[in-house]
Design a protein around this ligand. Structure first.
Ligand code: RIB
Ligand code: CA
Length: 306
């Protein structure tokens, strides 16, 4: 399939095992002109997510791409991590080189606003793979710059699926419910990629073998990352590839079927904090609710072995 024209892209992320696979997918796809990686505390603390972004870029030979550190905590509540899943190093203990440079900056929000102001309106996409703290601050503190965002595609939430943080909440939203509420209420067009579809895009052992058989760096390290995911979680014979679904949607939206919802967020302090409150009669937010899983997995594999 001929490649779509390249789009200016920023990845906002908390790497994170599946974030790393998603970043490697983007780096191996010419449709993404990646201008920077902004980091956020999430799966693990900000120092580690920022270090990991640098490690992934060194491994991919793309240390030319700047890493800019962002929020070290949620907007207004105590954060929590998922080191039990992603490991204390955030990458499941998989061997990566060390960053060769310090982060290019420590104010991801100001950096994002400047990029948006410098580029033509509507030409900069943000792919959000972690808690929405940086995105919410961009919308709040730099509304004019934020109005120039092209596509905002975020992994998060659960509509008709059970949550993965308690019964209803999904981690990226539960980690900073107030930030998600700001994003959903802002009027900024956003496409949400929830557990309803990401749990259907699953890698099994045969898939890992196919990645390894290609003997290509991005595929081999992705297989190791997903293998680490197998070690740290239970889930039968396969594991969901949450964050890569954001890039897969950006690459080929017709792999997904979307519905429009009015979205709110439970910002209380119960075990359901971060759960999505949705109104099927409203329609501000486009939410991916179906996915062609075999085709999505095939596209991921083809790009990682390229
Ligand atoms: O719920 C899945 C999300 O939480 C993914 O982004 C994963 O990296 C974790 O951050
Ligand atoms: Ca993530």
């Amino acid at each position: 399939m001929p490649h779509q024209p390249s789009r200016i892209t920023v990845i906002d992320t908390d790497p994170g095992i599946d974030d790393a696979v998603a970043i490697l997918l983007a780096l191996n796809s010419p449709e993404f002109d990646i201008r920077g990686i902004t980091t956020v505390a999430g799966n693990i603390g900000i120092a580690t997510t920022t270090r990991n972004a640098g490690r992934i870029l060194v491994l991919a030979g793309r240390s030319d791409i700047p890493v800019i550190a962002g929020a070290n905590a949620p907007l207004s509540r105590k954060g929590f991590d998922t080191a039990d899943i992603h490991g204390n190093d955030g990458l499941g203990g998989v061997s990566f080189p060390e960053p060769i440079a310090q982060p290019a900056g420590h104010d991801a929000v100001a950096w994002l606003a400047q990029l948006l102001d410098e580029e033509a309106a509507g030409t900069v996409d943000i792919l959000a793979l972690g808690p929405l703290t940086n995105v919410a601050r961009l919308l709040t503190e730099h509304p004019t710059s934020a109005s120039r965002i092209g596509r905002l595609i975020a992994m998060g939430g659960a509509i008709r699926e059970p949550g993965n943080i308690g019964l209803k909440a999904e981690f990226n939203i539960a980690a900073d419910p107030e930030a998600a509420e700001i994003v959903f209420a802002s009027g900024q067009p956003v496409t949400l990629i929830p557990l309803d579809v990401t749990r259907k895009v699953r890698a099994d052992r045969a898939y890992l073998s196919a990645l390894r058989a290609a003997a290509k760096p991005a595929a081999t390290i992705s297989a190791e990352l997903i293998d680490a995911y197998f070690q740290s979680t239970t889930g039968g014979e396969s594991r969901p590839l949450h964050d890569p679904c954001v890039m897969l949607y950006a690459l080929q939206p017709d792999l997904f079927g979307c519905e429009r919802f009015g979205l709110g967020v439970d910002t209380g302090n119960s075990g359901d904090a971060g759960a999505l409150l949705f109104d099927t009669n409203a329609g501000e937010i486009s939410v991916a609710m179906t996915v062609n899983s075999p085709a999505a997995l095939d596209l991921l594999r083809k790009r990682l072995i390229a």
